[in-house]
Design a protein around this ligand. Sequence first.
Ligand code: SF4
Ligand code: SF4
Length: 367
Amino acid sequence: MASRVAVVRCDRYDEKEVKVQVERLLSLLGENDLPPNVLIKPNMLSARAPSAAVTTHPSVLSALISMLPKPCFLGDCPPSTKRPVEGYWNECGFSQLSQETGAQLLKLEGKSKIMEVKLGRRKADFPVTALAFEHPVINVAKLKTHGLTVLTCAIKNLYGLIPGYSKSILHALFPDPESFSKLLVALYRVLQDRVILHIVDAVEGMEGPGPSHGIVRHLGFLVAGRDAVAVDMVCARLTGFKVNDIPFLRIYGKKFGFPDIELVGDDIAPVSDFKRPAGMILFKIAQWHLLSPLLRAISRCFAIVPEVDTAKCIRCMRCVQVCPKEAISGKTMKIDKKKCINCLCCYEVCPIDSIQLKKSRIVRFFM
Ligand code: SF4
Ligand code: SF4
């Protein structure tokens, strides 16, 4: 049976308009009877205002909450920066959302369930918040480019159900796009029965150097479905990517096959000039270098390395705290290139854009 994916046009974050369109989305999917006790999982990557398009917009969450029986809950695991989660709630507009809608904010760190997965010959175990197994989950992602996975929509957003510190460790264990994408696929397989619905906020998305410092791009649509693979395939097509450009989709398709998709809703033409993330060439190299140590050596020439702009840096230390390899000196703010694994966690958490991605000459040539 084909996986149904609904796409509707929504041109701005006007409360009334978003509510109408979210209601249409759910009606197109036949989701008229959602259960109580739902845990809504937004994108809360960074403590940034909704206008930065880094996090799920509160108006999309508000529309969904208005359709859910109470109680309902909202929560995400922020990156491991030792910053209290309340700071994220306030900046992202979720504290106000909770007051206005009655949705209860939950801290997802704490009790976890350990998952064991096999990734080819490797085994990995990692914690997932226990709350994901105690509540039906609705995943409300943001459409953005991503330096490690090309695109982040529904599947990648589930990575936020892993507590922050463990996310950093996993980045260290699975540093390249291929192995990290395999991990994402394994995580999705573990969680897929827990998530009853995936919604992607693509009213204002992000292009270029996402997921936190890219360019806000008006896209004007919302996407939803019960199958995250089908939802992400549609998001990829609408932003002009081939599904095989997205490492976790390619890996999923090769292993389990791509679902047939029944597309319903508005006619939306793909965006023709959506800016790619800086390292698209790296994703191709990453595929090859698994096949050949020689290409692995060559791929070093293609590295894009983070560098702190010390004049701009406000010494908040979030990058130092989040780095899984302790590669950033808190005194000098220099990054030890030998230790750095290019996971870009530091780049993602910097609140003021003072980490730049330095491209090698070869990368600049290809771009
Ligand atoms: S310096 Fe940044 S990119 Fe390098 S390992 Fe640390 S967090 Fe990752
Ligand atoms: S580079 Fe950014 S995250 Fe790191 S200390 Fe400076 S301002 Fe904070």
